[in-house]
Write a new protein. Structure first.
Length: 132
């Protein structure tokens, strides 16, 4: 049996996102950058003395991590920083979190859509079609 898989073929080719009227190209971050985030998050969760992040710290964390994804072409980092500081027609605070989660999911091949909820209850053992 011959088994073959081309992992390079599985990377996303069109890596762009739009937020606040600006289009950015994103890149896959270096693996140690991402694992450092996971380690940082795990440390915060395991630290019983930690009060957790404030709302400001939460958004700052997302903004900083999004910046890591930016492809530096087209002055992306400066455009991103200007967009984040924009007070006229600002980015809604929740979009920073949504964008960060989306980038994390799509770059990590995790589902980016919430599964459809199923009905709760015991279910049924009856056939679902007349042919059964």
């Amino acid at each position: 049996m011959e088994l073959s898989r081309s992992f390079s073929e599985e990377t996303i080719k069109d890596r762009t996102f739009e937020i606040g009227g600006e289009v950015f190209k994103w890149r896959y971050p270096y693996w140690e950058e991402v694992t450092a985030w996971f380690d940082e998050d795990a440390q915060m969760l395991s630290d019983n003395d930690s009060p957790g992040l404030t709302a400001t710290q939460n958004i700052e964390l997302a903004v900083r991590r999004i910046e890591t994804y930016l492809d530096p072409a087209d002055d992306a980092v400066n455009r991103w920083q200007a967009l984040v500081r924009r007070k006229e027609n600002p980015i809604p605070h929740w979009q920073f979190g949504d964008l960060y989660v989306w980038l994390l999911e799509v770059s990590g091949r995790r589902p980016t859509v919430t599964p459809t909820p199923s009905d709760s209850g015991p279910g049924t053992t009856e056939p679902t079609s007349k042919d059964a």
